[in-house]
Design a protein around this ligand. Structure first.
Ligand SMILES: CC(C)(COP(=O)(O)OP(=O)(O)OC[C@H]1O[C@@H](n2cnc3c(N)ncnc32)[C@H](O)[C@@H]1OP(=O)(O)O)[C@@H](O)C(=O)NCCC(=O)NCCS
Length: 158
């Protein structure tokens, strides 16, 4: 697997986006993307991860795992206590995500209960979590929001 340079863009109160890019010598677009968004999980501050996507030609190389490890380490280093996502349990279980503490949480609109997963970065962070998951971050500044939109070069996935 080629060496990866990682970049992280983080706005203080609203959103984090992490790109994994090929080495700088190659003038390439990002081959993978993960976003982390500030939410309230029934009153408990948490991050919502998504979308996580790796371009089809770069899959099965460990890029998704590298991106997840990077995103979770960055979240922990910034003092976040829990991460929530909507995704395939068989994939996310390897990073420690499970539905064990998300059973009483809900998202606006229809969603598949067994795909709502959580990871405690601090033990007990999601204990007793109950209620609606809602965004809490301030909107990105317009210029940064435009840059983030422009960088969405890979399909959005839940
Ligand atoms: C899911 C995704 C991010 C994984 O990225 P990746 O760089 O290929 O992942 P990695 O190389 O780190 O890991 C590959 C492993 O994950 C497994 N895997 C990939 N998608 C999976 C899924 N939906 N469910 C279970 N396992 C999955 C592969 O079988 C492989 O397993 P192995 O290590 O036992 O061989 C990427 O395939 C993707 O963007 N898919 C499109 C969106 C999608 O299907 N998302 C599903 C999760 S919500």
């Amino acid at each position: 697997m080629p060496a990866l340079a990682t970049t992280a863009i983080c706005a203080p109160a609203s959103a984090c986006a992490t790109d994994v890019r090929p080495p700088k010598a190659l003038p390439c677009r990002p081959c993978a993307r993960a976003g982390l968004w500030h939410v309230s999980a029934g009153g408990i501050p948490a991050l919502m991860l998504g979308p996580l996507a790796v371009e089809a030609s770069s899959r099965q190389l460990g890029v998704g795992a590298a991106l997840m490890d990077h995103a979770l380490a960055a979240a922990k280093a910034r003092g976040h206590r829990a991460v929530i996502l909507l995704g395939d349990a068989p994939y996310y279980a390897r990073f420690g995500f499970s539905a064990a503490k998300t059973g009483e949480l809900v998202l606006p609109g229809a969603f598949e209960r067994d795909r709502l997963l959580g990871l405690e970065l601090c033990e007990g962070a999601l204990s007793g979590a109950w209620g609606m998951i809602a965004p809490t971050g301030a909107p990105l500044p317009r210029t940064k929001a435009a840059r983030v939109r422009k960088a969405q070069l890979v399909p959005r996935v839940a």
